[in-house]
Design a protein around this ligand. Structure first.
Ligand code: AMP
Length: 443
């Protein structure tokens, strides 16, 4: 299929040509006609599939036929969970709309509000925003929504994870009921569907990858290793492969700092990016990574959202995420737009629960590849048979409940073994018969 058959104007087609896209990606092929028709949409699409152009191109087309906004009014609102993603989506809006008289702007927290208010004064066709700053601007009378025609909720699943649900609900109440709403999410969990109920009207659902499966072009496997050897293994892999651009994931901010520091000490230029860093530091880190000045970017899950780097060849999970869906997000950073990529997870024995949760979610047992010289003393248990389960993110409140229910009171007469003991027994069973290595390739 070609872009010319999708009903986009010559100005937009020219911009697409300048970008060098020869044909629409599957999500674009499906979403563009639906958005052009003015229908509501729920699209399951991961980052890297070309989803941004999937909504931006038809929105530009629709807006170019209407009236300009009055002062302090906007015609389209694109909500994103992070500043990085907001900035990146705005770049796409500017790129694809370069030949059109469509105005756009981006607003997010962590920077001065004054210049953002000034830009809004003239009225803006497309505003890309993070929820908190948008509400601030609204409370200061800087933005009005009566002329809003289109709302886009980008990476809706992440919005929920980051606790934006109340902000989003507040924003929705401020918007006109008659509008077009487009929801994009990597996965459509029950929580997302619940949110969607009050948001979209008779939406058309599309999906470009089956629910929660990982992008085809990505080769991903795990490398079992003892926790204490992870840093040495990471350094070894980077040096052995002579990798020049590596994105490393860490579960914690503290861990991200430590990894970057340890790599730096070994002469591998690295920087960490996470929520405790200022917006300036994050933007600088990202541009240095993109330009090749920094070889390794160590990121937490939240900070990594919105990182878009073409041909990012290597992703390393220094540790596994506790939410299995994040694994799909993490490895989706490589193999972007159909290109090949590889993602390696360094997994220690204490992470077997996270590993099995991920394997259950993606319905695939991850291949184990041992690295010469880094064979673990503590084996990662063999994966159990895969049982399909309904994936659900753990809710904070649920955790406490589960914990209470499962906990055995001190001095209780309950004869059952304590959880830890039971886990150790289960692991022993799983490890039997005790062969040192059972991973095909490395026998
Ligand atoms: P996204 O999923 O929106 O984050 O896009 C991922 C990457 O795909 C971006 O770097 C886009 O520039 C690129 N891209 C989007 N549409 C196309 C297309 N039709 N052909 C080739 N690359 C594309």
């Amino acid at each position: 299929m070609s872009f010319t058959t999708l009903g986009l104007s010559p100005q937009i087609l020219d911009a697409i040509k300048t970008e060098g896209y020869s044909e629409p990606s599957p999500i674009q092929e499906k979403s563009i006609p639906i958005v052009l028709e003015g229908k509501d949409l729920m699209a399951a699409a991961q980052t890297g599939t070309g989803k941004t152009a999937g909504f931006t191109l038809p929105i530009l087309e629709r807006l170019s036929n209407g009236k300009s906004p009055s002062s302090n009014h906007i015609r389209t609102l694109i909500l994103t969970p992070t500043r990085e993603l907001a900035a990146q989506v705005h770049e796409s809006v500017k790129t694809y709309g370069q030949n059109l008289p469509i105005s756009s702007s981006v607003v997010f927290g962590g920077v001065g509000i004054g210049p953002q208010m000034k830009k809004l004064r003239k009225g803006i066709d497309i505003l890309v925003a993070t929820p908190g700053r948008l509400l601030d601007l609204h409370s200061q009378n800087a933005v009005h929504f009566d002329e809003l025609e289109v709302l886009v909720l980008d990476e809706a699943d992440r919005m929920l994870d980051m606790g934006f649900i109340h902000d989003i609900k507040r924003i929705i109440k401020l918007l006109p009921k008659k509008r077009q709403t487009l929801m994009f999410s990597a996965t459509f969990s029950e929580d997302i569907r619940r949110l969607a109920k009050g948001l979209v009207y008779q939406p058309i659902e599309i999906s470009v990858t089956p629910r929660n499966t990982t992008v085809e072009a990505i080769k991903h496997w795990i490398c079992p290793v003892d926790k204490s050897s992870k840093t040495a293994l990471l350094i070894h892999l980077i040096n052995k492969g002579e990798w020049q651009q590596v994105l490393v994931f860490s579960r914690t901010k503290h861990g991200a700092n430590r990894i970057a520091k340890n790599l730096d000490k070994k002469g591998i230029n690295s920087t960490a990016i996470h929520g405790n860093k200022s917006q300036g530091a994050r933007t600088r880190a990202l541009s240095e990574f993109k330009s090749g000045k920094v070889r390794v970017l160590v990121a937490t899950d939240i900070a990594a959202r919105g990182i878009d780097i073409d041909q990012l060849p290597h992703v390393i999970n220094f540790d596994l995420p506790s939410v299995p869906e994040d694994y799909v997000h993490r490895i989706g950073r490589t193999g972007r737009a159909g290109r090949e990529g590889e993602a390696i997870s360094l997994v220690s024995a204490d992470e077997s629960k996270q590993l099995f949760d991920i394997e259950r979610l993606i319905q695939k047992q991850l291949e184990r590849q041992l690295e010469e010289g880094f064979w673990p003393k503590h084996d990662v248990p063999k994966s159990p048979e895969l049982q399909p389960v309904k994936s659900k993110r753990p809710k904070k409140t649920d955790n406490t409940k589960t914990h209470k229910k499962n906990s055995i009171k001190k001095n209780s007469s309950d004869p059952r073994p304590k959880n830890n003991q039971r886990r150790r027994d289960d692991q022993k069973k799983l490890n039997k018969p005790k062969k040192k290595f059972y991973w095909g390739k490395n026998k």
